[in-house]
Write a protein that binds this ligand. Sequence first.
Ligand code: HXC
Length: 515
Amino acid sequence: MSIKQKTLDLKKRMQNALQGGGQKAIEKQMAMGKMTARERIIYLLDPNSFHEYDLFVEHAAKDFDMDKKHLPGDGVITGTGTISGHPVCIYAQDFTVAGGSLGLMHARKIGKIMDHAMSLKIPIIGINDSGGARIQEGVNSLAGYGEIFYRNTQASGVIPQISVILGPCAGGAVYSPALTDFVFVVDKISKMFITGPEVIRSVLGEEISMEALGGAKVHSEITGNAHFFSESESECFEKIKKLFSYIPWSNQRKAAPFPKKAPKRKQFKIDNIIPTDPREPYDVRDVIKAISDDSDFFEVQELFAANMVVGFGRMNGQTVGFVANQPLVLAGVLDVDSSDKAARFIRYCDAFNIPLVTLVDLPGYLPGIDQEHAGVIRHGAKILYSYSEATVPKVTVILRKAYGGGYIAMCSRHLKADFVFAWPTAEIAVMGPEGAANIIFRHEIMNSSNPEETRQKKVEEYKKKFANPYVAAAHGYIDAVIEPGETRRFVLHALDISTEKNVEIPWKKHGIPPF
Ligand code: HXC
């Protein structure tokens, strides 16, 4: 064959492989409102940047007539490309080919592109749309998953790992996304569960739809397995692009700087955000927007444990991770879910060299039998652990309440915050004035001729003594009491002078966090 004929032959082979599971399967995919695997990659990456590898990989299975089946690319597309110029490795399972099921060669392709990501020190994105382990390939499919989980664990904290769930992700397959940093889901399209509705019906006799069991909303609002919820695939891809603008390619770098921009001061007036009455709620995101560059804030896990707000913004063009109690929801208390949410985000920022800015306003840990039995001791400890082990610059601003364990947990001086500032509205105490007065003045209140009046008097006495930032300031536990309008200036300066921060940590193989 001449070079021309060989080139034509190559083109024909490529054409065949690019058909995926064929027109009928592609139409079925589109009828479900889903893009095809290749369309997804093309949409997400910069134009003409995708380079596909292993297009001609084929399965080698023989059982159950598999030797008669041709599965183009073995049901997964892998390659490299760029997002806003940043290099990434990517794979997308092709549901049109044997339901995107994972056989030996399919898993090897994923493992190979993950290995590339690790050796090149660039992010890996996995688009999941699969019926799970390829049943005909038996233990080889299970081995394939095991190889992926191992790589996910090795890559954790080294390169960003992003999972996008755009179809079913069932059985053990869910554990790869669960081991990655950020999980993106799309309403009505994403489905994640260990055992599906059929198994639940036959084993437990309970009826539930796939959507109600493991749909996008369930994982965004209830389980916390998902970090970003979108209404459509295109919205989801835009969010992934946005996330990439905040994070570095690997743990050996810092996030790329952006042009510095002042906050939108007309829209977010910092002096007016906190209500005069300390019992009134307000939206802490307004405080974040009042101090962040261009009032930008990209929230992570917005729908889960909303009493805690976490997400990315920028200060003087540099990415920072914001962690803030949300007085709008449950008065911003710490509980099982909000502790998990914050702890994981703090560890992410620390692993990827992103400074932490913490905004504090909380009445403490949530009391209750449910919380105690759900393990609030163990879960609450995660936030202490992750702040204490974090060595990135840590700046804390106490806005209002900082009571009890909540004061310590929210990146206090005692967990080695580099700088702690407090607004004049801050109340730093063991507990709220009402609770405190009821306990320490119980006898005086009970024995008084007018218990209610005495109680009020004692509450006021306690408030005057402790419900302010000055006792903590007198002990040097906070570095400065600042006017709200000075917050950005103080935080910017603290971050600016912390860029060379270097903390020696005691030698250890690894710690034992309260998982
Ligand atoms: C082989 C599979 C497959 C699988 C789907 N297909 N799942 N082939 N192994 N696991 C094939 C179907 O036979 C069909 O082939 C094509 O993919 C499309 O599937 P449909 O069923 O027609 O699609 P749909 O109606 O949309 O249903 C999707 C589905 C369903 C809900 C995912 O296919 C399903 O329930 N599949 C099995 C899910 C499952 O139990 N997987 C194993 C989980 S255990 P044809 O040729 O007809 O087009 C597991 C263990 C991992 O994953 C453990 C790791 C630790």
